[in-house]
Design a binder for this molecule. Structure first.
Ligand code: AMP
Length: 282
C-alpha cells in the first residue's frame, strides 16, 4: 500500500490501474479510523480491484466554532488499518494541496441541506459537497463508499451525483456500533468516562424509536416524544435535534410512511456533539 500527498500522484497511480483495466473503489474519510471506516474499506475491497482511501480533515466543512483544531489524527494507525483491510493507496493531502490561495469555486445545494445537521452547521454541507466533488475528480472512482452513520451526508452525496451527472456509483454501508450500542465515531474520543456512559442515550433512543415504528406506530410525535424522554434522562445530554424526515427530501413528516430517516444530534456536555439515526422503508 502506498501513501501519497499530492493530487498528481493519485492521478498517475489511478491512470496506471485504468490502463490495466482495473476497477477503482474510493472511501473518503477524515482519518482517526475505526471499525466503521474499516467496514467501508473492506466492502470497497470486495467490490473493486483497487481501493483508494482519502484521509483529509477538510477545513471547509467545519464552522468557526467547531472542532477543526482538535479533531483527532493518527496517520500511522490509520495506515495500518487501511493496509490490513486491503486498500492499495492512501491519499493524505495537506489543506494547501486541496485549496490553493486563490480558491473560490464551491458546490452547494438547497433543500436537502436545509434540515437536520444543515441547520446547526450552516457551512457544513457546502464544504462536504465541494471536497467530495474535488476528491471524485482527483480519484475518478467507479464506486464510492459512505456510511449510513452520516445519513444526511449520504443522501446529499447521492443527490449531488445524480444532479451533476457524475458517473460514480454511491454505495451506502450500515452503521457499525460499539458492543453497548454507541455508534462508532472518531469524535467518541472526546468523551470523558462519565460522558461515554451518558452518550448511550443516543443509541437507546434510536433502538426504542425504531422498535416503536416496527411495532406499527405511525404517529411521528409519539415516537419522537418517547425518544426525547430517553435522551433527557441523561443530565449531560442537550438535544440539538430529534427528527423524522422523508429520506429523499429531508422534509419532516407527521405520519410515518415511505422511506423514512429518523435522525438525532445530541451534545454531551461540552465534550462532543454526536449523531445517530435509523432508516426504514415502510
Ligand atoms: P468521517 O471520517 O467521520 O468523515 O467518516 C468517513 C466515512 O465513514 C463516512 O462515510 C462515514 O459515514 C463513515 N462512518 C463513520 N462512522 C461510521 C460508523 N460507525 N459506521 C459506518 N460508517 C461510518
Amino acid at each position: 500500500m502506498k501513501i501519497v500527498s499530492t493530487k498528481i500522484d493519485v492521478r498517475n497511480q489511478v491512470k496506471e490501474w485504468r490502463k490495466e483495466g482495473l476497477t477503482v473503489g474510493f472511501v473518503p474519510t477524515m482519518g482517526y479510523l475505526h471499525e466503521g471506516h474499516e467496514s467501508l474499506v473492506k466492502r470497497a475491497v470486495a467490490e473493486n480491484d483497487r481501493v483508494v482511501v482519502s484521509i483529509f480533515v477538510n477545513p471547509m466543512q467545519f464552522g468557526p466554532k467547531e472542532d477543526l483544531a482538535t479533531y483527532p489524527r493518527d496517520l500511522e494507525a490509520d495506515s495500518k488499518l487501511c493496509e490490513a483491510a486491503g486498500a492499495a493507496l492512501i491519499f493524505h493531502p495537506e489543506p494547501e494541496e486541496m485549496y490553493e490561495e486563490a480558491f473560490c469555486s464551491y458546490v452547494d445545494m438547497n433543500g436537502l441541506t436545509n434540515a437536520l445537521c444543515g441547520l446547526s452547521r450552516p457551512v457544513h454541507f457546502r464544504g462536504v459537497c465541494t471536497v467530495v466533488n474535488k476528491l471524485f475528480n482527483i480519484v475518478m472512482p467507479d464506486k464510492a463508499y459512505f456510511g449510513e452513520k452520516d445519513a444526511q451526508q449520504l443522501a446529499v452525496v447521492k443527490r449531488m451525483v445524480k444532479d451533476l451527472d457524475m458517473d460514480i456509483e454511491i454505495v451506502g454501508c450500515p452503521i457499525i456500533r460499539e458492543e453497548d450500542g454507541l455508534a462508532k465515531s472518531s469524535r467518541n474520543t472526546y468523551l470523558s468516562p462519565e460522558g461515554r456512559k451518558q452518550a448511550l442515550v443516543l443509541s437507546k433512543a434510536i433502538f426504542a424509536g425504531k422498535q416503536m415504528v416496527l411495532d406499527g406506530e405511525k404517529d411521528t410525535s409519539v415516537v419522537l416524544k418517547a425518544m426525547r424522554d430517553i435522551i433527557e434522562k441523561a443530565s449531560m445530554a442537550r438535544i440539538d435535534y430529534v427528527e423524522m424526515v422523508d429520506v429523499n427530501t429531508m422534509k419532516g413528516i407527521d405520519t410515518i410512511q415511505g422511506e423514512i430517516l429518523c435522525a438525532i444530534a445530541v451534545y454531551i456536555g461540552d465534550e462532543a456533539r454526536l449523531i445517530d439515526n435509523f432508516m426504514l422503508s415502510l
